[in-house]
Each structure stands twice: as structure tokens, then as C-alpha cells.
Design a binder for this molecule. Sequence first.
Ligand code: ADP
Length: 399
Amino acid sequence: MNVLVINAGSSSLKYQLMDPDTGIVLAKGLCERIGIDGKFTYKPQVEGKETLKAVDVAMPTHSEAIQAVLNALVDPENGVIASMKEIDAVGHRVVHGGEAFNKSVRITGEVMNAIEDCIPLAPLHNPANITGIRACEKVMPGVPMVAVFDTAFHQTMPAKAFTYALPYEYYKNDKVRRYGFHGTSHKYVTSRAAAMLGKPAAELKIITCHLGNGSSVTAVDGGKSVDTSMGFTPLAGLPMGTRSGDLDAGILQYLMNKYQLNIDEMLNILNKKSGVQGVSGVSSDFRDLEDAAEKGNEQAALAVDMFNYGVKKLIGAYAAAMGRVDAIVFTAGVGENSVGQRLDIASGLEFMGVKMDAAANNCRGKEAFISAADSKVKVLLIPTDEELVIARDTAALCK
Ligand code: ADP
């Protein structure tokens, strides 16, 4: 069976064609600048086939982008399948499923209506996801499709974790609550952690740290998300590449009055100009920050320190919330690659049974135990694979 995994943004679309049973990827790539000047990248994972990198392809809409993907996949010379018939199903990443979806679902008219109902909750993301689904329906009619939600894994959070201390009617009437994101990643690394520890997830208390450009930490108790750091939107929790993370809402009033900012301008600052980029004034990329800090840039060093401190505090909070921790998992760009940040985050946690192994931690991008053999709490490095979860959920619902 082959599943085409689609992650559609407003002007971009990532894709992977994979066999969900083996996890083998046949081809992957990216359509960028959709609606602008169309750049198409295609990376076949089969030997002897040629890669296309950011070539010009007219993509006025997502439909032409999907068509370009299909053309490349079935291309007689560099394609990886003989015909479109070899694509058995399509799995779509959908950012927000609100309270309507606690798991992946086959896409029907009713499901599309429910995803549309979630647009006010994710006005930047859901419309793009819907456009991607509609484009596939147009170009690949009759192929079964599945929606996999970033929020679904967190629907198990108890009310005390997801309710904001606002007048209760804002939850009842307006669905203002913590939803949490990166659920597909937290779910994937949870299942891998259980496999590495040789125990069912149901018996484990795990803290999963998805640290990338966007970052979130989740408390996973018995395989279920019981708390997570992102909130009503992905702006909450840790400071991120360019997002502020949590802050005192009183700051908004102060700055908006002082600088005559409207709410859109303020939110643009919080989403695009804050986080480690804002504090450092250097970059949103942690590699640049580590370089700058090494050269003596104090703001860059402060930005990294703030981020690591934020992760450490969440680990402490979630340990208290669950009453025990069996494992801490690091994943995503920073979690998988930054040897120094992992060490900094986990150091000082010896009081709760975390003991790192500096030599074991000196690795990148592959599954590994990075804690000392006698560490009570195991620390794991697990590369995330959201596409694999999407492909597997899709296959399970389409077989
Ligand atoms: P997202 O999917 O949220 O865009 P990723 O999970 O790909 O982000 O993470 C991207 C971030 O990972 C980059 O911004 C960079 O800061 C960080 N990163 C990647 N490699 C390294 C590395 N070797 N050391 C430190 N940080 C890294």
C-alpha cells in the first residue's frame, strides 16, 4: 500500500509518498510559492532517479501543485510509481480539529464542514489545509482521504489542564480553552519511547519535548496527553524561534497604548518578531545563536538560556503534575541536534533522578538513550516522524 502524505500551507505544500507498513519513503518534496511563481522540489528516494530542486512550475493554485506532484511521481524516467492507481490513499495534516476530533478520520462532506467550523480557531492554518484537501479531491477524485489533526492527541487533557481562568462562558460559548499542538509528534515519540523502554505506554509517565522552530512540551501519562505547553493557539508556552510564548497579558495594554499599536500589529510582534529572534536580535535559528553566543554575543546567549530554562521549568511542572517520571524525550530540530542544549536542560535535574551521560548525549538525529545507565529517569533522543503517523493512521482507516 502507498499513502501520499500532504501538509498544505497557504503558499506551500510538503508531500511524501510512503509505504505505511514498512515506513519506506518512495519520494518526498515541496511545492513553494504557490500563487506566486511556483517552485517545485522532488526528491525520489529510489536509486538512479534524479532530484529536482526548486524548478519553475506554474502553480497558480494548490491544484496545479498537486498535479505537479503526481506528474513527478509517475514520470516515466524519474517517477517512483507506474500510475496514479498505485496511490491507495491520501493523508492530510490538519492543524486544528477543535473539540470535534480526538482522532484521525476519513474525510467526508460532514468532516469537511467540521474542519471548516474550526477555521476561527486556526485562521492561518485550517484554510490552507482545506485548500490542500479540495485540490486533492479535484485532481485525484475517488481516492480515499484522511485528516490527521495536530490537536487530536491532546483531547485527553483533563478540564483542570485545559480550562483558562476566564469567565466560564468563554469556554462554553466560544470554545476558548487549551488545545495544544504538535500532537502527531508527541504521539509518535511516545510510542517509540515505550518501544525503547520495552514497556507498554499505558504503564509509563513520559515528558516529551518537541523543540524546533515551534516548541512544545507535553506530559504523557499512560500514553495519554494530560497537559501541554501550547494553548488556544501555538503562540503559548515556551519562547520559540519568533514567538513570544507565555507572557503577562498586561504587557499588551501597556505597549499598545504607548506605541499606538492595534491588536494585529501587536500579535504580529508576538508571533513574528519575538522569541529567541526578538531577544537576541540575531536569528531565530538556534545554530546561529550558538555561534553568536560563542563569539561573545550576550543577547544570543541570554535567548538560548531563556529557552533552556523554560523547558527545564516545564519538565519540573509536569513531573509534579504526574507524580513520577519514567522518561524525558527530546525531539525535533533542536531536540534531535543540539547536544549542548539537551545537556543544559537536563542538568540540575539530578534531584528528581535525571543523570545524563555526556558521551552518550554526544549524538544527533538517531534514537538513543542519552542518560547514564543508573539514571532513574531515562532520557531519550528520538527523531520525530509525523509523516509516518499520518501515513499509518491513513492506512488504518482506508484498508
Ligand atoms: P519546525 O519543523 O518547527 O520548522 P524543526 O523541528 O525543523 O522546526 O527545527 C528547526 C530548528 O532546529 C532550527 O531553527 C534550528 O534552530 C534547530 N536546529 C537544527 N539543527 C540544529 C543543530 N545542529 N543545533 C542546534 N539547533 C539546530
